[in-house]
Design a protein around this ligand. Structure first.
Ligand SMILES: Nc1ncnc2c1ncn2[C@@H]1O[C@H](COP(=O)(O)OP(=O)(O)O)[C@@H](O)[C@H]1O
Ligand SMILES: [Mg+2]
Length: 251
């Protein structure tokens, strides 16, 4: 289970991408980047963050730690910004939080070098989860004290938007030609040799167990949250074995 905290103060919106995550303070005095159940694609985005964040961390990639944040919509009442107020009001219950990386800078490929090995691990991982949101236009990478951090895994696993077609969708190749780290000559084969054997059924069960039940209920075609957890694990297990041969544009 992810640690659960309670939001005590809304600090500010982070207006970079489209989903309007917010900076909040919680009852453990931590500062978190909060992603709201009431935003855009709602809870599926949050599920994607939990699955990808948990998997990346277990594979040794740098990702911010995750928590769930309970939100009382009353917190939105004092917000002057209408859009923020609506978001808070529609996000009662459990939301996702990630450790705020203070003093991190946005990744700039001209200012920061990445080794072939590290680029390979990131590209291979993004191919595995089918991340379409790490292009040079919008890298969703942060740099802090000379280290690269991966953020924003909401736009991954496109197959979870259409479960009946999931198998076919997950068999598709990954186009890395626009990937933010494509210019660094990613060693995808090396990354696959190192990481693919670690993506086991057990590991995926551990990762998907961290998805809160309340984001998995009422999914058409599924009887229980655990059945849906297995549906998340399956395409990832299948892709781990083959995806390095189906990455286009990175070598
Ligand atoms: N854990 C974090 N620590 C510091 N800054 C963050 C963190 N997560 C996100 N940000 C900042 O907020 C911006 C938006 O967050 P992101 O997760 O990319 O959401 P979206 O693109 O959907 O709005 C990022 O580009 C980054 O500048
Ligand atoms: Mg983003």
């Amino acid at each position: 289970m992810l640690k659960e905290v309670i939001a005590t103060r809304y600090i500010a919106p982070l207006r970079e991408g489209g989903s309007l995550p917010g900076l909040v303070e919680a009852d453990d005095l931590g500062t978190y980047v909060m992603k709201f159940t009431g935003a855009g694609q709602g809870r599926k985005t949050l599920v994607a963050e939990v699955v990808c964040g948990g998997l990346a961390r277990r594979l040794g990639l740098r990702v911010p730690g995750l928590v769930t944040i309970a939100l009382d919509p009353v917190l939105g009442l004092g917000e002057p910004d209408q859009e923020v107020q609506e978001l808070l009001k529609s996000s009662g219950g459990l939301n996702l939080g990630m450790d705020f990386l203070s003093r991190a800078l946005g990744f700039d490929s001209l200012a920061f070098g990445v080794s072939r090995e590290e680029a390979g691990r990131v590209v291979w991982f993004d191919a595995l989860v089918n991340n379409v949101d790490r292009s040079w236009r919008n890298p969703n990478l942060l740099v802090r004290q000379g280290e690269l951090w991966l953020i924003d895994h909401g736009a991954t696993m496109i197959w979870h938007h259409n479960w009946p077609g999931a198998q076919a969708s997950a068999a598709k190749p990954y186009d890395a030609s626009d990937h933010a780290l494509a210019p660094f000559g990613p060693d995808v084969a090396g990354a696959a040799a190192e990481l693919a054997p670690r993506v086991t059924e057990e590991l995926l069960a551990e990762v998907t167990a961290e998805i809160p039940d309340e984001w998995l209920t009422d999914e058409p075609g599924f009887e229980s949250p655990d059945e849906l957890r297995r549906a998340y694990a399956e395409p990832l297990l299948a892709r781990a074995a083959v995806i390095h041969e189906r990455i286009k544009g990175a070598q």
